[in-house]
Write a protein that binds this ligand. Structure first.
Ligand SMILES: Nc1ncnc2c1ncn2[C@@H]1O[C@H](COP(=O)(O)OP(=O)(O)O)[C@@H](O)[C@H]1O
Ligand SMILES: [Mg+2]
Length: 368
């Protein structure tokens, strides 16, 4: 199986007056594992069903390689699909379920038997062909669904929250299986999930969607390090938001005043930052692991001073919850490795919050 590129051009889908998908363009590379990540209702399933051919877009185009498939019937697109609910045929054996797409294509019995056995081996279910779906666990049923999706060796595989119904441990094990399978087969995979951890661990790139639009596309590291908006920063990983006032731009830095803190100059801003006007309300965003705490007054460069409200020990690090005059009672989260002075800090201590170099990003104020 060789993956093929999948190109989405200006896709739109309206239900009545409202857009489920509102102008999505995306070039997915041959053999790429791309996740569509977004909250419930953001248009992920609608996008996938248009690629599969079960819905027709109101405008835009879908290409596999150079073929325009926008209006092609689903069974002629050569796309494998796995849904959250396994949708196996309950009255058919595992082998008959997996062989179904090949019977539809009128392949010979012999050919089908060989392909079904190979697909069973790929999902580590050798010898399960004669069972019925109800004799399998949820995880095994979902593996059968994956085997059925890959048995005709489609160059493109679509998965819509395929592991969403499984418990956490099984989900994590199957994430690695699906990822390994995709790498062995070289298939192009579009994987829908609302789980940011799942998207980050499995994907070459992640497309974050919100309200039917693309919020950002990038590698997991790019999204984590350089979120393009407060929404993406908040949706992926933990993020602190500090209310501040934008003062202006000088010597290549952005001057901001955190509410209840001192004026600081920031090097790393964000794409939005060049548009800010003086005295505009902004949010300073910082990951917990890129802030640290020191006893008040010891070091220079604090963005805020506060008191430690709670300390959580998490094995390899401490998570500190710090109350400051900022952020309307929301506590800031600061993660520090065990040692490095973190063990000496106590609940109730007055502490300065210190950012690592280029740890801070600047966004327009949101109701995060
Ligand atoms: N068949 C439909 N008829 C009307 N509205 C729909 C239909 N399918 C989806 N929607 C609406 O489109 C939006 C996106 O839905 P969906 O694509 O299922 O989101 P997600 O998969 O991200 O949860 C939602 O507001 C949903 O209510
Ligand atoms: Mg959905």
């Amino acid at each position: 199986m060789i993956g093929e590129a999948l190109t989405l051009q200006g896709l739109e889908k309206r239900y009545d007056a409202s857009f489920a998908v509102n102008g999505i363009s995306l070039a997915i590379r041959a053999g790429e594992f791309l996740s569509i990540l977004g909250p419930s209702g953001s248009g992920k399933t609608t996008l996938l069903t248009m690629i599969a051919g079960f819905e027709t877009p109101n405008s835009g185009h879908i290409m596999i390689g150079r073929r325009d498939i926008t209006y092609l019937a689903p069974n002629r697109r050569n796309i494998g699909m796995v849904f959250q609910r396994y949708a196996l045929f309950p009255h058919l054996t595992v082998a008959a379920n997996i062989g179904f797409p090949l019977r539809m294509r009128r392949m010979s019995k012999d050919f089908i038997r060989r392909k079904v056995d190979a697909a069973l081996a790929q999902v580590h279910l050798d010898g399960y062909g004669d069972r019925y779906p109800h004799q399998l666990s949820g995880g095994q049923q979902q593996r059968v669904a994956v085997a059925r999706a890959i048995v005709f060796e489609p160059p493109v595989l679509l998965m819509d929250e395929p592991l969403g119904a499984l418990d956490k441990k099984l989900r994590e094990a199957l994430q690695m299986e699906v990822k390994g399978l995709q790498q062995r087969l070289g298939a192009t995979v579009v994987y829908v999930t609302h789980d940011q951890e799942e998207a980050l661990t499995m994907s070459d790139r992640v497309a974050v969607v919100a309200e039917g639009r693309l919020a950002q596309v990038g590698s997991p590291l790019e999204l984590y390090r350089s979120p393009a908006s407060a929404f993406v920063g908040d949706f992926i990983g933990r993020m602190n938001f500090i209310d501040a006032e934008y003062l202006g731009h000088s010597n290549g830095g952005h001057m901001v005043r955190p509410r209840g803190g001192n004026v600081i100059t920031m090097e790393a801003a964000s794409d939005e930052a060049s548009l800010f006007a003086a005295l505009q309300a902004v949010s300073i965003a910082a990951r917990p692991e890129r802030l640290s705490l020191a006893p008040h007054g010891r070091d220079r460069g604090a963005i805020l001073t506060g008191t430690i409200d709670a300390i959580v020990f998490a094995g390899s690090f401490f998570l500190f919850f710090v109350r400051t005059p900022n952020s309307d009672g929301r506590l800031l989260q600061i993660q520090m490795p065990v040692g490095h002075g973190s063990s000496l800090l106590r609940q109730g201590d007055l502490v300065d919050i210190l950012p690592e170099a280029s740890a801070l990003r600047l966004f327009s104020k949101t109701e995060a």
